[in-house]
Design a protein around this ligand. Structure first.
Ligand code: NDP
Ligand code: 2IT
Length: 449
């Protein structure tokens, strides 16, 4: 197995984020390989770390002033062992092949955990939608889809949103796909409700994270209610994480964006959260404006050297990182522990560095890894695909009930698989093992393809 990691690094030495995710994963599935020699014999790991297909393409587009820009588009189709490729699109200037590969790799095992038949993929572009007009974003999305359309399809590969890709972008992408293919199908998820979308899809990732956290707390006889929560980010995942914490009686103290964070000791209540949603989703403003409206809150700009704004030093009980990868360092994790945090549930993908995870382990912090805790988003995407293919739609209650049941099942599976390998209560091991076993056994069934 060390050889599999070394080969993976040797092949693409600059792909740091991809190596990080592969290393974390391979270490936890070692006991499975020891019990099942056929996985080694048939090179399951070597196959899993090499994407089935990678598509890189030029995206030329024109801004409102007539200036021409060229971005790079990506789609990494990692595994179709258990279903059509599925996973989001990220538009952010930091996007590169390492980031898309790490996200696609995570997605394979996350999707496996959802209990639905979904393979794993991820895509995006190094385009920065911040500060761009709606028409510029539309032209970018159309240019992006002008190439991507030939690689995707409702039974082949079904993209969705991620950082920088929300309802607006999915609309423009879908419109262009439909025009090019002359087909109205469920080729994307996160669609508008009037044209094939599912109720609860916008809420699903955030709600699912707190359903998962509630299960973890429940095992210790605790609840979300009355606890102080640190949340990072202020996008889709952070907003609905905060909303569900409020529904369940918890107190949200922080939110952030890439420019800084706010700390509101009184708590971000429903009215304040509605302000943040309008600020972020309609006006596309900065989180600092929260303090113009609620001056008792504190705004802390991002550290100019770090380029980042850790908010993990405030006293609290629980934390949900919901912005981006590697946003909790070892030092941040020590601050969390010192501040009294007993539960960390990952909202973003790979938000905790390996050093941070080691600190949580050392201090017996309840730790919910992303591929289990944030699987609610892609799970409801899977439910959107089901509704699209039936040409019907379920009620809000029906989708929410299914989401909740899926999250409970994932939580149970993590614990059961961890226990089966002598790692009681270890959600990281449980999630990795459960996700892996299903994909690996499908690969064996399907032969060397
Ligand atoms: P959004 O684009 O809606 O929001 C992202 C938030 O994180 C914004 O507040 C953004 O601030 C902040 N952020 C992003 N990148 C950085 C950065 N490099 N440094 C500091 N802040 C940053 O994205 P989502 O809420 O959809 O995604 C958040 C995380 O959740 C991502 O890791 C994503 O992969 C993961 N996720 C998303 C799912 C979904 O269904 N959308 C499902 C499962 C996981 P700013 O606006 O200033 O950039
Ligand atoms: O990271 C993720 O799981 C997502 N961005 C959602 C993917 C999806 O297909 O809904």
């Amino acid at each position: 197995m060390e050889q599999a990691i070394a080969d993976c690094i040797g092949r693409d030495p600059e792909q740091r984020e991809f190596h990080q995710v592969v290393r974390e994963f391979l270490v936890s599935i070692r006991p499975v390989l020891d019990r099942h020699p056929e996985y080694r014999r048939l090179a399951v790991l070597e196959r899993l770390v090499e994407p089935e297909r990678m598509i890189l393409f030029r995206v030329p587009w024109m801004d409102d002033q007539g200036g021409v820009h060229v971005n790079r588009g990506y789609r990494v189709e990692m595994s179709s062992a258990i279903g059509p490729y599925k996973g989001g699109l990220r538009f952010h200037p930091s996007v590169n092949l390492s980031i898309i590969k790490f996200l696609a790799f995570e997605q394979v095992f996350k999707n496996s955990l959802t209990t639905l038949p979904l393979g794993g993929a991820k895509g995006g572009a190094d385009f920065d939608p911040k500060g761009r007009s709606d028409t510029e974003v539309m032209r970018f999305c159309q240019a992006f889809m002008a190439e991507l359309f030939r690689h995707i399809g409702e039974d082949t590969d079904v993209p969705a949103g991620d950082i920088g890709v929300g309802a607006r972008e999915i609309g423009y992408l879908f419109g262009m796909y439909k025009k090019l293919q002359n087909k109205f199908t469920g080729v994307l998820t996160g669609k508008g409700l009037d044209w094939g979308g599912s109720l609860i899809r916008p809420e699903s990732t955030g709600y699912g994270i707190i359903y998962f956290a509630a299960e973890m707390l429940g095992r210790c006889g605790e609840t979300v209610a009355g606890k102080r929560w640190l949340v990072s980010g202020s996008g889709n995942v952070a907003q609905f994480t905060a909303e569900k914490i409020l529904h369940l009686g918890g107190r949200v103290l922080t939110m952030s964006d890439s420019s800084g964070h706010i700390y509101d000791e009184e708590g971000i209540d429903a009215a304040k959260l509605a302000f943040i949603k309008e600020l972020k989703n309609v006006r596309r403003g900065r989180i600092r404006e929260y303090c113009d409206q609620y001056p008792q809150a504190v705004y802390v700009p991002a550290d100019p050297v770090l380029g980042w704004n850790p908010l993990w030093h405030y006293p609290a009980d629980c934390a949900v990182p919901a912005a981006t990868q590697n946003e909790i360092t070892g030092q941040d994790a020590r601050h969390l522990v010192a501040g009294g945090v007993r539960l960390v549930c990952e909202g973003a993908n790979m938000p905790s560095t390996p050093e941070a995870i080691a600190v949580f382990r050392e201090h017996a912090v309840l730790f919910g890894p992303a591929k289990a805790a944030n699987a609610g988003g892609v799970a409801v995407s899977g439910l959107e695909m089901v509704q699209d293919s039936m040409r019907m739609s379920w009620t809000r209650e029906e989708v929410d009930t299914r989401l909740h049941a899926i999250i409970r099942a994932i939580h149970r599976t993590c614990l059961d698989e961890a226990a089966a390998y002598g790692r009681e209560g270890d959600y990281v091991a449980g999630a990795n093992i459960a996700g892996f076993v299903k994909v690996a056994s499908a690969m064996l069934d399907q032969g060397l393809v």
